[in-house]
Design a binder for this molecule. Structure first.
Ligand code: UDH
Ligand code: MN
Length: 351
């Protein structure tokens, strides 16, 4: 009896010990997993986010070896949810404003949330980081009107964007395409942009459902325009405003640098897109509508009579004439609140 009693007691104690050990283990593991899961739960990713974020972020080292000058994503920003592709703030057609006495100070007052030409939504992380590149010379009022209408439009779309004005110094013949190449090269020295929008200074979008995001193929955003009574121009038209990813642009070696004066460079890019085995996509014409601020042909941007000859040779030269042969003298880079002004000397046509 006594022996059984002693053993019974011991057995009880062992059971108690085992019970305590099991409890401690359970509490320990629960604690570990709870902490772990709050720290590492993968964020929910939409299919689009998977499409954009993974392939593009993998390309960071592949395409752009230079370290960004501006800090990339902060920890806080990383924690934000991805913005929806269609922002809840969209309003559709918003009447455009062209007030005759508008000044840059007025636009700055209206858009106080931009710093150094850059904007990031506060409440979410943008689908893509978008650099808007505007070839520019001597179009001050057009620029003011574009900023006044486009910046609120981009903010309603919840975009992380910057505005780059690429300003051709001097009075020699204008070269829109080379300025856009320079914009691409210089913008990538600052930040690792996912998407580039090549944007004429005088084209103002009318409907904010025309999203300034890149697609899986190069995207043409000006489907119809007041200048042509909202009729399509021609099937291959790829000018005015276009959106291409960093990779799509690199694949076609950017624009040709050889189009001096008006015309042809956009058709050349269209051919390059085809040579790169890509196709052009367009949003619905009801949405991709623009108002071109009316203007005459600029002095120094006369019709380029060589464009037809150049267009015959795209397939022969596209790999050697473009981003990889773009030379220029960088005169200044100014970070204004609403835009980054890059002034360059690109010289003049060789012959
Ligand atoms: N650009 C300038 N300064 C110039 C020339 C061109 O900034 O001196 C830029 C600007 O961004 C402009 C873009 O290049 O929007 C394209 O030039 P454009 O606007 O002259 O081209 P578009 O196709 O030309 O609009 C039409 C000119 C003929 C107008 C005739 C009026 N009926
Ligand atoms: Mn124009």
């Amino acid at each position: 009896m006594r022996i059984t009693g002693i053993f019974g007691n011991l057995l009880c104690q062992i059971r108690l010990l085992l019970f305590i050990a099991v409890c401690v283990t359970i509490v320990g593991w629960t604690n570990f997993y709870m902490k772990d899961s709050t720290r590492y739960t993968p964020k929910y990713r939409t299919p689009v986010e998977n499409f954009w974020k993974s392939p593009l972020s993998e390309k960071k080292t592949e395409e752009n070896s230079q370290p960004p000058l501006v800090e990339q994503t902060s920890q806080k920003e990383e924690d934000l949810k991805i913005c929806p592709i269609l922002s809840p703030n969209l309003q559709g057609v918003v009447p455009l404003m062209f007030p005759p006495n508008l000044t840059l100070a007025d636009v700055e007052k209206k858009i106080p949330m931009m710093r150094n030409g850059h904007y990031q939504p506060e409440t979410c992380r943008s689908q893509q980081r978008v650099a808007i590149l505007i070839p520019y010379r001597n179009r001050e009022r057009h620029l003011l009107y574009l900023l006044d209408n486009l910046l609120p439009f981009l903010q309603r779309q919840l975009l992380d964007y910057a505005i780059y004005i690429i300003h051709q110094a001097g009075n020699d013949t204008f070269n829109r395409a080379q300025l856009l190449n320079i914009g691409y090269l210089e913008a990538l020295k600052e930040e690792n942009w996912d998407c580039f929008i090549f944007h004429d200074v005088d084209l103002v979008p009318e409907n904010d459902y025309n999203t300034y995001l890149c697609d899986s193929e190069p995207k043409h955003l000006v489907v119809v325009c007041n200048a042509t009574n909202y009729n399509s121009v021609y099937k291959e038209y790829f000018g005015g405003v276009t959106a291409m990813t960093r990779k799509q642009i690199a694949k076609v070696n950017g624009y040709s640098n050889n189009y001096w004066g008006w015309g042809g460079e956009d058709d050349d890019l269209y051919y390059r897109v085809q040579l790169g085995n890509m196709t052009v996509v367009r949003p619905a014409r009801e949405v991709a509508r623009y108002t071109m601020i009316s203007h005459t042909r600029d002095v120094g941007n006369e019709k380029n009579e060589k464009r037809w000859e150049l267009l015959k040779n795209v397939s022969k030269v596209w790999k050697t004439d473009g981003l990889n042969s773009c030379t220029y003298e960088l005169l200044s880079i100014e970070h204004n609140p609403l835009y980054i002004n890059i002034t360059v000397d690109i010289g003049k046509p060789h012959n």
